[in-house]
Write a protein that binds this ligand. Structure first.
Ligand code: GLU
Length: 439
């Protein structure tokens, strides 16, 4: 039996729209970084350090399939920077995973942690595969063999993986178990924080599952306050109905906002009278976690989704969705980036020209890593926090970061993405200047 997406995660990929996959995602990071570094006149030496990753690990490893065949897999872990604390970031299982993408995602993690002021560096990893092609047992073996191949390149005080596209709490539990199995019995109890996003029983935190979506909604609330905009009755569209997209959609409903179009890997659907996100999740759970065929909405194509007039658009799928080709289509007031890197620099420019506000990814979707930090702390202290405590602490951290980015954008009279970079670079520059470079 093939693993159903419910067993792995609700994927959110988009294939038909012209994406700029051929253009390097890492080029986007470089262009964004250069713009902010020029603007703040970042120290030349620190610029050289931050412009490169620290470690790039590529492992090839064999796994026995259910039919007895051996298949070879390629896994990646890129560690960008650990000046602020252990390397931190997710692992994704997706056919598009390759070194350039992982480099970009690792670098974004460094900025993300620096902006929200948590003591982590940036890393990212993954395996190039289509998880829907494997059984659950095969996925378990692939995960365990990858963890074993990474060996000491991960560790609770060194580099801490977490869920990302197509990786779930279950996958984190397999990573934890494999990692602990290689430890001496004396060490084992002290290492549960080698990975975050675990199932609650295995040391996960309440609120981690919804954390990224919750953070997206907290930043939208702040944007609405700034703009004097009433979220009650506001319309929103969502690209991607995986963990981030579905949680964002459900939490927006609590504000009385109306989901009018949504897309996942199986297609897009729309209803101008509103789609109930909870009903859609319920439908998807019985439909291999896909939204196509949802009876209370009309099927639309992906271009129509991006052209749908709404107040808020939440891209929560993959990189390079809002580009020179697609940005002209958007008719929204704000883009809240639930995904990492959904807008390329050309897309950014076009949205600015159109007067569309932007809550950039490294601020907007930082809720996931913030609650990962809380999980890590709970594990280290053998504590278990109530959901209210997690939500309240997440709110405080992300609202403070939002304020820092907003104030920086005003001070430098610049766009919010560049402002978010400036907050991160300023933080890192101060740390490097205080500590100096060894030797
Ligand atoms: N994969 C998530 C992200 O891109 C979370 C990473 C983490 O919790 O370490 O932010």
């Amino acid at each position: 039996m093939k693993a159903s997406p419910a067993d792995i995660d609700r994927t959110a990929a988009v294939e038909e729209i012209p994406t700029r996959k051929s253009e390097s995602v890492y080029d986007n990071v470089t262009r964004q970084f250069d713009k902010a570094a020029d603007m703040v006149k970042l120290d030349e030496n620190i610029r050289k350090i931050l412009a490169m990753t620290t470690n790039e690990i590529i492992v090839h490893f064999p796994v026995r399939m259910d039919d007895g065949r051996i298949e070879m897999f390629t896994g990646y872990r890129v560690q960008h920077n650990n000046a602020l604390g252990p390397f931190k970031g997710g692992l994704r299982f997706h056919p598009a995973v390759e070194i350039d993408e992982v480099r970009a995602l690792a670098t974004w993690m460094t900025w993300k942690s620096a902006i929200v002021n948590i003591p982590f560096g940036g890393a990212k990893g993954g395996i190039q595969l289509d998880p829907s092609k494997y059984t659950l047992k095969e996925l378990e073996h692939i995960t365990r063999r990858f963890t074993f191949a990474l060996g000491d390149n991960i560790g609770p005080e060194y580099d801490i993986p977490a869920p990302d596209v197509n990786t779930t709490a279950q996958i984190m539990a397999w990573i934890l178990d494999t990692y602990l199995s290689t430890m001496s019995p004396h060490e084992r109890q002290r290492c549960t924080h080698v990975v975050t996003g675990k199932p609650i029983e295995s040391g996960g935190s309440l609120g981690r599952d919804k954390a990224t979506g919750q953070g997206v909604v907290f930043t939208i609330e702040e944007w609405a306050k700034d703009r004097g905009f009433d979220l009650r009755g506001a319309t929103y569209t969502v690209q991607g109905f995986g963990n981030v997209g579905s949680w964002t959609a459900r939490l927006m409903k609590e504000h009385g906002s109306k989901l009018i179009a949504v897309e996942d890997v199986s297609g897009a659907v729309a209803n101008p009278d509103g789609i109930d996100p909870d009903e859609l999740v319920d439908y998807a759970s019985k439909n291999k976690w896909l939204i196509s065929g949802y009876p209370k909405a009309e099927p639309i194509d992906r271009k129509t989704l991006l052209q749908t007039e709404a107040d808020i658009f939440v891209p929560a799928a993959l990189e390079n969705q809002i580009t020179a080709d697609t940005a002209p289509w958007l008719k929204v007031k704000v883009v809240a980036e639930g995904a990492n890197g959904p807008t390329d620099p050309d897309g950014d420019r076009i949205l600015r020209e159109k007067g569309i506000d932007m809550i950039p990814d490294i601020l907007c979707n930082a809720g996931g890593v913030i609650v990962s930090y809380f999980e890590w702390l709970q594990n280290k202290r053998s504590e278990f926090w109530e959901l209210e405590e997690v939500d309240c602490k997440l709110h405080k951290k992300i609202v403070a970061a939002y304020g820092r980015v907003r104030d920086t954008a005003k001070k430098y009279k610049t766009d919010w993405r560049t402002a978010a970079y400036i907050v991160a670079l300023d933080h890192l520059e101060r740390v490097y200047k205080e500590r100096g470079i060894f030797p």
